[in-house]
Design a protein around this ligand. Structure first.
Ligand code: ADP
Ligand code: MG
Length: 325
């Protein structure tokens, strides 16, 4: 049976359902240790999703299980609505992945490497080579040997290889690893543009900052377990932002703000005040605090608003988890 016919039997190009990836109780053990511990993931379609956790948290192992490179010990999973392993072939026809570093033949050119990979795929893949090279910004270097490519160029060639299958879902294992800041910037832009085309990009990372900048939603994984997941904005909604104010007479300044009851916890610091406020406090409310201080005879030397980052939130969550043990 041709794959087109198989797709019809399974119900269209993609099976239904809102999730690009869904897992229930997914578990993978290596001997006594549990690398993936009863993971329930729901990755929405059409977003950039970060699988965030420190080295050794089980990110690569989860990806290998999803792709069928290693077997789960327990649990169920589906990719693009196809239950796997039952419909793995149908699912993987629409999935592109880079696990660990992408590997290429160094003595061949970027284009030749893609030609070899395309030959192993559906016939349409060959026709996508030029567009894929263009898409990742490698068209001008496509006929240079891969051994002359930088790490960033190899990563981009890896994404081009993924694009040969016109994937609905891309899974990238630590795509920022080994990249310099410019390479990270390019990779981030590329991920955004793939998502803008309606694709889903799942990336694993131990770099909090990169996930925060690149992804719409995130799952935080620690020792094999997903401890939080959801849209980044939603996860941050319960956290605070901080206003730092350098000023004269910090204690008098604190008294003024507390008396006016502008909300937030006001603490005195050496140079002035720190005020913890709910995320989303308006600029006007902060300007009002400044006015109260100035009209109360306080000199304000500096005022800075620090938004809660995913990093501070991540540290908060993990330290809270630690203290529960
Ligand atoms: N093939 C393997 N055999 C034994 N242990 C493994 C194997 N692969 C990974 N592990 C262990 O599983 C845990 C998770 O590893 P990994 O998935 O590579 O984490 P990450 O990608 O988050 O850094 C680690 O403790 C690692 O040592
Ligand atoms: Mg890894």
């Amino acid at each position: 049976m041709s794959s087109a016919v198989l797709e019809k039997v399974a119900g269209g190009a993609d099976a239904d359902g809102p999730w690009a990836v869904e897992t229930h109780g997914l578990t993978k053990r290596f001997g006594e240790s549990i690398a993936v511990n009863s993971v329930d993931l729901r990755i929405p379609r059409g977003c950039a999703f970060g699988y965030l956790g420190p080295n050794g948290a089980g990110k690569t192992t989860l990806i290998r299980v999803l792709l069928g490179l290693t077997r789960a010990d327990a649990g169920t999973m589906s990719l693009l609505g196809y239950p796997v392993p039952r419909h793995r072939d149908l699912a993987l026809a629409r999935v592109g992945a880079i696990v660990d570093e992408p590997r290429f033949h160094g003595h061949l050119t970027g284009r030749q490497n893609l030609q070899i990979l395309a030959a192993a795929r559906e016939p349409a893949a060959r026709g996508r080579i030029s567009a894929a090279l263009e898409r990742v910004g490698l068209a001008h270097r496509a006929d240079d040997r891969v051994s002359k490519y930088s790490m960033g160029m190899r990563q981009r060639l890896g994404v081009a290889a993924c694009l040969l299958g016109d994937p609905q879902l891309l899974i990238l294992d630590e795509p920022m690893n080994g990249l310099d800041p410019a390479g990270m910037h390019d990779m981030r832009e590329m991920i955004h543009s793939l998502v803008a085309e309606g694709r889903t990009v799942v990336l694993s990372s131990h770099l909090l900052d990169e996930v925060e900048r690149t992804c719409d939603a995130v799952a935080i994984v620690d020792r094999g377990k997903v401890i939080r997941q959801g849209p980044i904005a939603e996860l941050l909604a319960g956290t605070s932002m901080e206003v730092e104010i350098d000023c004269s007479a910090p204690e008098a300044a604190q008294t003024l703000l507390v008396r006016e009851n502008r909300g937030g916890r006001v603490t005195v610091r050496e140079q002035g005040l720190a005020i913890a406020l709910p995320t989303g406090t308006s600029h006007d409310a902060i300007a009002e605090m400044n006015r109260i201080l100035v009209e109360g005879g306080i000199s304000v030397y500096r005022l800075e608003v620090n938004q809660a980052s995913l990093e501070s939130w991540f540290l908060e969550v993990t330290s809270r988890l630690g203290s529960e043990e």
